[in-house]
Design a protein around this ligand. Structure first.
Ligand code: ZN
Length: 324
């Protein structure tokens, strides 16, 4: 059996592309050295543990995200057995049908550097690596329980969005899907804190810091100006009705305003939605299933104005970092 440290060293010896990615100290961005199963920062003396599944723990035990299904061992086992496979299907479907074609359209060929921030189960990170991309993932939540199954686990780390363990301008493309609306909220609710806007600007700024000049950041979430939310239900029925002025969800203009406030963004644009959804729930309903290909097709051929408008139930936005 190969020890974690050996595996990590072996990964470090792989021939590296000129623009390869490596971990830096998330606090001071200085280089790290492997010492006795820990990555150690010479500048600030930060120490980061290599976990059993070969990922690095940059966040430490003080930082955590409360997933509701971690409350009891029974709930955890149930979630991993029933929900995790569906979420993996959703994530993998999006990576295959949406992100890979998008990377090609952006001119990013295999070999380009990719980060999935808040990658959860990391099925996308593994898929991008299998396609030849230099893909990395970070997450804080309990989905890392599944990382031991990943072939790319030396490129996965437990880290905070606000303190990414990567040098400035490391990635051609970064994605952070369905996350920004959960920043600046009270626990796992749709109630926002007083400083929610400042927190969201800091998060987008932290993501754009590791994007190369001229590179791209993809964000997504439910559309604030569409009054029905199918995703944040918190056990309260099949949908959540909300005001188009609520502060939890964002529309394209909100993303643009926040991205502009970071000082990094050249432009922010809404993108078509075709291929983004795997319809993992609806596909299991015989009456709905036949119309899904039509719905998916329609989501790709609306005029540009549709995707940023109150008619669209969801937003996907692409932000370009200013070229130098
Ligand atoms: Zn440091």
């Amino acid at each position: 059996m190969i020890s974690v440290a050996t595996e990590y060293r072996r990964a470090g010896r792989e021939p590296r592309a000129p623009d390869s990615v490596c971990y830096v100290c998330p606090r001071c961005h200085d280089t790290l050295a492997l010492e006795h199963g820990e990555l150690v920062c010479a500048a600030c003396a930060g120490r980061y543990r290599l976990a059993d599944a070969a990922y690095v723990d940059f966040a430490g035990p003080g930082l955590d995200f409360d997933d509701w299904w971690m409350q009891t061992p029974e709930l955890q086992a149930q979630w991993l057995a029933t929900k995790a496979p569906r979420e993996e299907e959703f994530q993998l479907g999006g990576a295959q049908r949406y992100t890979l074609p998008l990377l090609r359209r952006l001119g990013l060929a295999p070999g380009a550097t990719v980060l999935s921030a808040a990658c959860g189960l990391a099925a996308d990170v593994q898929y991008f690596n299998d396609q030849g991309y230099n893909a990395w993932g970070i997450d804080l939540g309990s989905r890392i329980l599944r990382w031991s199954e990943r072939r790319c686990r030396v490129r996965l780390s437990r880290a905070d969005l606000f303190a990414l363990p990567f040098a400035e301008a490391s990635f051609d493309y970064v994605q952070c899907l369905n996350v920004i609306e959960h920043i600046g909220t009270v626990g796992d609710t749709t109630t926002v804190t007083e400083d929610y806007e400042a927190q969201r600007i800091a998060a987008i700024g932290s993501l754009l810091r590791v994007v190369k000049p001229g590179g791209y950041l993809l964000l997504s979430g439910v559309n604030r100006t569409f009054p029905i939310d199918f995703f944040h239900l918190q056990h309260s029925g099949p949908l959540r009705l909300h005001s188009p002025w609520e502060q939890f969800s964002l529309n394209c203009h909100d993303y643009q305003k926040l991205a502009d406030a970071t000082g990094y963004a050249e432009w922010t644009r809404p993108l078509p939605l075709r291929g983004f959804f795997s319809w993992t729930h609806l596909r299991r309903r015989p009456l709905v299933r036949p119309i899904l290909p039509l719905a998916n097709w329609a989501l790709g051929c609306m005029p540009d104005a549709f995707y940023g408008s109150p008619l669209s139930f969801f937003s996907v936005v692409l932000i370009r970092r200013k070229a130098i």
